[in-house]
Design a protein around this ligand. Structure first.
Ligand code: FAD
Length: 280
């Protein structure tokens, strides 16, 4: 990308089928034209996509595309996570997105989630500075957080444990991000916090996903989206303009870069990045 100081990254989820893998290779090639700082690959709750994530990471890495696997303890023990991190390091991976993750559905009883600050500390303890570490941040606050202050304090804990950067959950209200940055600065967080950007592609999926991850869809936006529910082209055009404007506001306000949740699609992201003039 043209402006060296802005970081650009694209997130994928590992496809489950061969057809999905072929499609994703084309998406990756298209988005690689923007010369992102890295691609990242999500990790399923409870390690359910462990092998799919690992295979995709190694495949990208073999093509010299910088790639950051997402990782959480899930139900795995320390040895399993250590072995996986060792494989990543030996394959040349230099960045990890360290997460607590969520409880996989249908699992109960003794299953314990490991907080992200503990995973960060574990990686630093066993792998020193082998990896640059990203953690998650929530400008509209994590749905299970006890309070705004607690969530910001726990983010500080992730940095104190050794994280280098944070990437946010997506949001549609830029004020939520800027206010969050101010609150983070007040508790002494001085590391970059990159906004996570969700394209508007599918009305129903966006509604469902936003409810579960705690991302707020303001009433005015919900109403506009509802009116385009049966007109995918109009939804696409509206979404592209809205997200381009959101990105412009974020960058003008000092955001250090952008992390796109691609939903494994190239076109909506490519259009926004082109609109922003980040491609020349
Ligand atoms: P944590 O930072 O551990 O926080 C979880 C909750 O516990 C918060 O409410 C926090 O306030 C509280 N808390 C934090 N630390 C402590 C502590 N030490 N003691 C007590 N309470 C604490 N999910 C996936 O399954 N796979 C992915 O690949 C994935 N990628 C993501 C990428 C990004 C950029 C983001 C923003 C989210 C991603 N998620 C992913 C979702 C994420 O796993 C969930 O939001 C999960 O519920 C929290 O993970 P975390 O790392 O933010 O948890």
């Amino acid at each position: 990308m043209s402006e060296d100081s802005l970081r650009l990254s694209f997130e994928f989820f590992p496809p489950k089928t061969d057809e999905g893998r072929i499609k994703l290779a084309a998406v990756r090639d298209k988005l690689a034209e923007f010369e992102p700082d890295f691609f990242s690959v999500t990790y399923g709750a409870g390690g359910s996509t462990r092998d799919n994530t690992k295979n995709l990471v190694k495949q990208f890495n073999a093509l010299n595309a910088p790639v950051a696997p997402h990782l959480s303890f899930g139900g795995d023990d320390e040895q399993t996570i250590k072995a996986l991190l060792g494989e990543y390091r030996d394959a040349g991976v230099e960045r990890i997105v360290a997460l607590r993750g969520d409880m996989p559905s249908g699992v109960g009883g003794s299953y314990q989630l490991v907080y992200a600050n503990e995973l960060v500390a574990f990686i630093r303890e066993h792998f020193g500075d082998a990896f640059e570490l990203e953690v998650a941040a929530y400008p509209e606050i994590h749905p299970q957080a006890k309070s705004y202050e607690d969530d910001v304090r726990y983010l500080k804990g992730k940095f104190d444990a050794g994280a280098d950067n944070a990437i946010t959950q997506y949001f549609f209200n830029p004020d939520a991000y800027f206010y969050f940055l101010d609150q983070c600065a007040k508790v002494g967080i001085d590391k970059p916090i990159y906004p996570g950007i969700m394209p508007i592609i599918n009305f129903r999926n966006l509604m469902r996903f936003s409810d579960s991850c705690g991302a707020d869809i303001p009433r005015w936006l919900r109403k506009r989206l509802e009116s385009y529910e049966h007109d995918p082209e109009a939804l696409r055009d509206f979404g592209e303009e809205l997200i381009t404007e959101l990105c412009e506001t974020l960058l003008e306000g000092g955001a250090p870069g952008l992390h796109f949740y691609t939903m494994n699609q190239a076109e909506p992201i490519a259009r926004i990045v082109n609109n922003l003039g980040l491609s020349e």
